[in-house]
Write a protein that binds this ligand. Structure first.
Ligand code: SF4
Length: 355
């Protein structure tokens, strides 16, 4: 590509008005532009595949209004203690056999405690040794913890901005928007790749969706991964009765994210279980090129791995890391978990988003 063109396309000076206009562009024009940008930077028929495992579920002191893992809401979610290191590594092996190339580990914490760090660092090292990319989402990180994780070999850290700064107070009161930006900055400064996105369908306006995208795209470096979640309305959370999001507004937001952060992986995340194949296909056309694979997406249901493979086949999409084996091993392991081992838990029976 012409380097001048690349410079023109990768920008960090987006304005809300500009993005609002982008979101209102006629659909065909918006999709054409998103797909054109997508093809400049990515293989149009490749989708990156990650597996997400909840290494510590529930009892989180934060009050994120969408999240069943918050201890403030009665959602019937059983809290779990931190998984043992070896159990996590076994899960990672199964995910690798099922075709994942990145293994994400999530813990429902405000931030990791000192006493948790040795276990978490051992998990990073162990999963890394399997030849998988590693990602964690553990809540807020100070500089020291970010450095320790980077040193252990953590490739990615997920910390979402969730929504616009203006709407944020309606969703979370126990940490500020700038706390979130500080964590992203600590992660970036430690040399890890940033995974950060948000959740749509929480009652936000088009302007808020534009505001979220502007925050992400105007970071000093675009996040490597941008998860775009659709709210999973969980009974017992304050957002359980929120109106449904128009699926086309979701697709439009994916397209705008692709145009604004052309080099990033835009990830279809929570809420995919409720999306039709047609909607997912439209999201891929709009520039989404990453998904979570397998049944677990923290505590939300996620289309079973083989259902994803069937959709990939129909669409002629390849995993960026070619899947060669049927994901039987993963499904079997997940089925075993449902039998109730103390070390494992069924993370697919209720719902959550990532931090
Ligand atoms: S989203 Fe993360 S920080 Fe917020 S309540 Fe859930 S687990 Fe806690």
């Amino acid at each position: 590509m012409n380097p001048a063109h690349k410079l023109e396309t990768v920008r960090h000076d987006w304005t809300i008005a500009e993005v609002e206009a982008l979101l209102q562009t006629p659909m065909n024009d918006l999709l054409f532009r998103a797909q054109s940008v997508h093809r400049m930077f990515h293989d149009p028929n490749a989708v990156q595949v990650s597996t997400l495992l909840s290494i510590k579920t529930g009892a989180c002191p934060e009050d994120c209004a969408y999240c069943p893992q918050s201890s403030r809401y009665d959602t019937g979610l059983e809290k779990e203690r931190l998984m043992e290191v070896q159990a996590v590594i076994e899960k990672a092996k199964a995910a690798k056999a099922a075709g994942s190339d990145r293994f994400c580990m999530g813990a429902a914490w405000r931030s990791p405690r000192e006493k948790d760090m040795p276990y978490v660092l051992a998990m990073v090292k162990g999963v890394k040794e399997l030849g998988l990319e590693t990602c964690m989402t553990l809540g807020m990180l100070d500089e020291q913890k970010a450095d320790a994780l980077a040193e252990a070999g953590l490739d990615y850290y997920n910390h979402n901005l969730d929504t616009s700064p203006e709407f944020y107070g309606n969703i979370i009161t126990t940490r500020t928007y700038s706390d979130r930006l500080d964590t992203l900055s600590n992660v970036r400064n430690a040399g890890m790749k940033v995974c950060s996105g948000g959740i749509l369908g929480m009652g936000e306006t088009d302007k808020d969706r534009a505001g979220l995208l502007v925050q992400l795209a105007n970071l000093p470096v675009h996040p490597d991964s941008v998860p775009i979640n659709q709210l999973v309305k969980v009974a017992g959370t304050p957002l359980e009765k929120e109106d449904d999001l128009d699926p086309l507004d979701f697709v439009r937001t994916i397209a705008a994210a692709r145009i604004m952060m052309p080099q990033s992986h835009v990830r279809l995340s929570a809420g995919r279980e409720e999306m039709s194949e047609e909607m997912q296909a439209m999201c891929f056309f709009a520039g989404a090129n990453s998904i979570f694979y397998g049944e677990c997406l923290l505590t939300t249901p996620n289309p079973a791995a083989n259902k994803d493979q069937a959709l990939f086949r129909k669409l002629g999409i390849n995993s960026e890391h070619k899947v060669t084996e049927a994901p039987k091993e993963l499904d079997e392991l997940l089925a075993q978990d449902k039998a109730g081992s103390e070390l494992f838990y069924d993370a697919s029976t209720s719902a959550s988003q990532t931090h």
